[in-house]
Structure formats: C-alpha cells, structure tokens
Design a binder for this molecule. Structure first.
Ligand SMILES: Nc1ncnc2c1ncn2[C@@H]1O[C@H](COP(=O)(O)OP(=O)(O)OP(=O)(O)O)[C@@H](O)[C@H]1O
Ligand SMILES: [Mg+2]
Length: 313
C-alpha cells in the first residue's frame, strides 16, 4: 500500500458495448515513483491511460483520485491543467508547427499563462527540457524523424508542467542509442520531481527505470509490485510464456528472433516450422538472459523477445 499516493485508481473500467477495454483495474501511484506498466498487445495499457486522462474516452465506471481529489468526471483539459499529462502511443504532433509552437498550443489550451511573452517563454523552455536540438526549433514537426517527433510530443506534455506524466511506449521504433537517450530523459524527469507511469514493451528500458511494475492481461491487472517479485510470479510467467506444456516450444521460439505475445501465449509457429532451432531453454532462463546479456546485443521484452543468434552460440 502506498503511503503518499499522488494517483489512486479504483475499480476503473471501460466498456464498448460487450467489449471491455479496461476491467476493474485498481492501483496507487506513489509521489515521485516510476510505475512501469506491461502486458501483451491488447491487454488494456493504452485504454487504461485513456480512461485516466479521458483522452480520448472517459471511464465507464470507477474512481480516479489525483492528489486526493476526484478527477474522473472532469473534462480532459481540466485533468491536464490539474497536473496529469500524457503522451500518445503513436507519436502525435501538429505536423505543420515547430516544436515550440506545438508546446504553445498546449499552453494556450490550458491557459497556463496570460501574457504572450510568458506563454512563449514557457513554450521555449519545454523543448529544451527534453533535449530537443536548438538548431531544429523552427522545423515543422511533421518533417522530423520519429525520435524527435516523440520529443516534441513529450515537450508538449511537459509544457503543462505536470505532476504526473503518462508515457505510452516512448521507446517504440527507436534505435538502441535513441532508447538510451529516452531512458536518460525519463530518469531526469523523475529527478525533477515528476511522477511517471510508463507503458513499455521494451523490458530493457522498463527494468532500467521502474520502481514498481504493474502487469495487465486481458484488460485486468494480474500483478503489481517490485520487479523481482513480479517476474517470479507464476501467473505472469504463464501470461508471457504459456502454460507448462507449451514451454519447451516457447523456449525454442525465443531463440528464433522476434516473437510477439498473443493472448498470453508466446509461440512463433512459422519460425519453428522453418526448423531453425538454435537452442532450447526453459522460460525462466529467458528472464535471466536479459540480466546476463543486457550489455550485449540482446534485448528481451515483455511480450516481444529479440535475441541475436550470435549470443546463443
Ligand atoms: N475505441 C475502442 N473501441 C473498441 N474497443 C477498443 C477501443 N479502444 C481499445 N479497445 C479494445 O480494448 C482492448 C485494449 O486495447 P489497448 O489499446 O488498451 O491495448 P494495449 O495493451 O495498449 O495494446 P498494445 O500493446 O498493442 O498497444 C483491445 O481489445 C482493444 O480492441
Ligand atoms: Mg497500447
């Protein structure tokens, strides 16, 4: 139980008719922590962020307390103005505007400042905080590479001066060097006092920054706690690696390159069918490989696993 929660989510649900996107999820976020959120594709990670921020949809049921006060019925811009900002999974920027003007839009929306010079000063600071190159300040955001568009989006969120920042897969589509820069940025934001909820498939990034991990599966929360406890949790192992009788196949699939988790069971039938079996190991070993070979070219992600053949020789 958190002692000083800045965000309390209770029994939060979102339904679209018979479809559940978030199913009675409850957790608390401590002030200043980085809470990692993991789960297979479609497990409800983004929908959880949507329901908390009401962008683009509101929760069907449940309560969200921010700093002790309910926010789940406030309009989305008021939630943002109070101090809960988010980024979107697919980087979303105003393509025709520069990085500074993107931040200015946020500032205008939430009326953080009255005078134009104050607004511009705030807008100029935001890209600087995220390390956006000053030489590109005037470029249209739509012409920037993906890593910089992600920075523009984070800068726009930071222009709100949020106490809580929800980052939805900030490292997707980035190179190894860009992921490292993203890690440094996330750690720097936490040091500035921002509480962070971080949805990520990339376990190497999550492991490097999180304080606790929340795991979703099929729109429900299945585990929450420190990393060491969560990855040992049998339910979590089964969600990612399948039931016991599938595990030899899973171990094989893990050696064959990228494997996506689909409804909680990891298999790569096509790769396995091609017969390119390099090595078989039990699923627990998959977790260990990450720890042992993290410094090498091995990246193991929750829900997606990438292992270079050379590491397995
Ligand atoms: N607007 C919507 N209308 C109907 N169903 C939706 C909507 N948004 C989400 N869902 C459903 O809710 C479930 C959770 O989706 P969500 O996008 O949150 O998954 P996710 O964990 O973020 O997946 P990924 O890792 O692929 O980003 C999915 O089954 C999805 O189809
Ligand atoms: Mg998502």
């Amino acid at each position: 139980m958190s002692r000083d929660p800045i965000l309390v989510v209770s029994e939060l649900s979102k339904s679209f008719g018979a479809i559940r996107a978030v199913d009675a999820v409850s957790f608390e976020v401590e002030r200043g922590e980085i809470l990692g959120i993991a789960g297979p594709n479609g497990s409800g990670k983004s929908a959880l962020f949507n329901a908390i921020t009401r962008v683009p949809f509101s929760p069907s049921q449940g309560v969200v307390l921010f700093d002790g006060a309910p926010i789940h019925r406030l309009p989305a811009n008021k939630i943002a103005k109070r101090g809960v900002a988010r980024t979107i999974q697919r980087e979303s920027v105003f393509a025709e505007l520069s990085a500074i003007d993107n931040a200015l839009v946020t500032i205008e929306q939430t009326k953080r400042a009255r005078r134009l010079d104050q607004k511009v000063a705030l807008a100029e600071r935001a890209p600087e905080i995220v390390g956006f190159p000053a030489t590109l300040h005037k470029w249209k955001a739509g012409t920037l590479p993906v890593s910089l568009r992600k920075l523009v989006m984070i800068a726009s969120a930071l222009a709100l001066d949020p106490l809580v920042l929800l980052l939805d897969e900030p490292a997707s589509s980035l190179t190894v060097e860009e992921i490292e820069r993203m890690r440094l940025l996330i750690v720097a934001l936490q040091r500035r006092g921002t509480t962070i909820l971080l949805v990520e498939h990339l376990l190497s990034l999550l492991m490097a920054v999180w304080d606790r991990l929340l795991v979703l599966d099929q729109r429900r929360m299945i585990a929450m706690g420190p990393l060491a406890d969560v990855v040992k949790d049998l339910v979590v192992i089964e969600t990612y690696l399948g039931p016991p009788h599938d595990r030899a196949a899973v171990g094989t699939a893990l050696t064959l390159g990228r494997v996506r988790a689909d409804r909680g069971v990891q298999r790569d039938r096509s790769a396995a069918g091609a017969g390119r079996i390099h090595r078989v190991f039990p699923p627990q070993r998959a977790w260990q490989i990450h720890a042992e070979e993290n410094e090498q070219r091995c990246a193991v992600a929750l829900g997606s696993v990438e292992i270079q053949d050379s590491q397995l020789a």
